[in-house]
Design a protein around this ligand. Structure first.
Ligand code: DHB
Length: 310
């Protein structure tokens, strides 16, 4: 009963990894797909060529379960590696193929190759990577976002969605939704990490990651309220046929439930998957099921988007 659909793709479970976590290698991707409690997998955002990423340490877990900071720098095996992987999808589950080209042209080139390939899953265009030195996040540039989507949808016919960064202003919610609603998007995934936070180690008075002088994307518990606001604000503004993947701050079944209340169709787990490992999906589904039972709901349809206001 914990299922969802995006266009003609069916998901037997609503949980999956968030891009970047447990999805860089074939082995990691297989691990996510093999879980009995995931509905899909999303691949590490690909660039045209293999990248080693930023120097380590580039990922850090904050004390007291507050969350994580990372500046990975888009380490990935390169577009062709993931195209090979999806062509031999070992499961029946849908795959989200995430791309994060370093330029508009690199993204359009990868989309052309996906369009011309046998890939029959979904494509997530990442407009929100905050960790490549010198490269701004596309989705904070509304004109650039409109431009790349116009050029992409001129030829791209497979189910395409976008991964967005968090927005913090009501007018920005209005502006991004107005742009997204012009296109036949299959889904919107919100949020990526809160970009460019700074964490300090108290004993040594130093930053905790090496790239960018310690600045990095924040995930986990710290970002939950921002994630819920973005899911809710976009669900209220986007065309009903654009599905929403809720990502950010999920560490318990209650967090999953809250994302659904705000309108999420699927829910992704990033930081907590990195911290806890693959068994997180089992625990979250059990905790979510217990909440639904306690409240007397038979299906997620009764909950989705049903957040109450005062
Ligand atoms: C990375 C981080 C992101 O938030 C993202 O969307 C893509 C890549 C990274 O640092 O690898």
């Amino acid at each position: 009963q914990l299922t969802a659909n995006i266009q003609n793709h069916h998901f037997d479970h609503i949980l999956l990894n968030a891009a970047g976590v447990m999805c860089q290698t074939n082995e990691e991707l297989n691990t996510v797909l093999s879980s009995s409690y995931t509905g899909a997998v999303v691949t590490k955002s690909a660039t045209a060529d293999h990248r080693p990423g930023n120097p380590a340490p580039r990922y850090y877990e904050l004390p007291n379960h507050l969350g994580t900071i990372n500046s990975m720098g888009l380490p990935n095996e390169g577009f062709n590696y993931y195209l090979d992987y999806v062509s031999t999808n070992p499961s029946q589950k849908p795959i989200f193929f995430s791309i994060a080209g370093l330029s508009k042209q690199e993204n359009l080139d990868m989309l052309h190759q996906l369009q011309n390939s046998d890939f029959d899953g979904l494509i997530e265009l990442n407009l929100s990577c905050p960790n490549v030195p010198g490269k701004p996040q596309t989705a904070y540039d509304f004109e650039a976002t409109q431009q790349i989507l116009s050029e992409a949808f001129a030829f791209f016919k497979k189910p395409l969605g976008v991964k967005l960064p968090p927005y913090f202003d009501i007018v920005h919610f209005d502006m991004i939704a107005d742009i997204l609603n012009q296109f036949p998007l299959a889904f919107v995934n919100t949020i990526n990490s809160i970009g460019n936070g700074l964490v300090i180690d108290e004993d040594s008075d130093t930053v905790v990651i090496k790239p960018k002088g310690g600045f990095g994307g924040i995930g986990g518990t710290l970002v939950k309220a921002t994630a819920l606001a973005n899911v809710r604000a976009l669900r209220q503004r986007l065309n009903a046929d654009i599905k929403i993947i809720g990502t950010g701050g999920v560490t318990t079944g209650r967090d999953v439930y809250d994302h659904i209340l705000c309108g999420a169709d699927l829910v992704e787990v990033g930081s907590q998957l990195a911290i806890e490992g693959i068994t997180v999906f089992d625990r979250l589904e059990r905790e979510l099921t217990a909440i639904l039972e306690e409240k007397g709901y038979q299906s997620l349809e009764e909950v989705r988007g049903q957040l109450k206001v005062l």
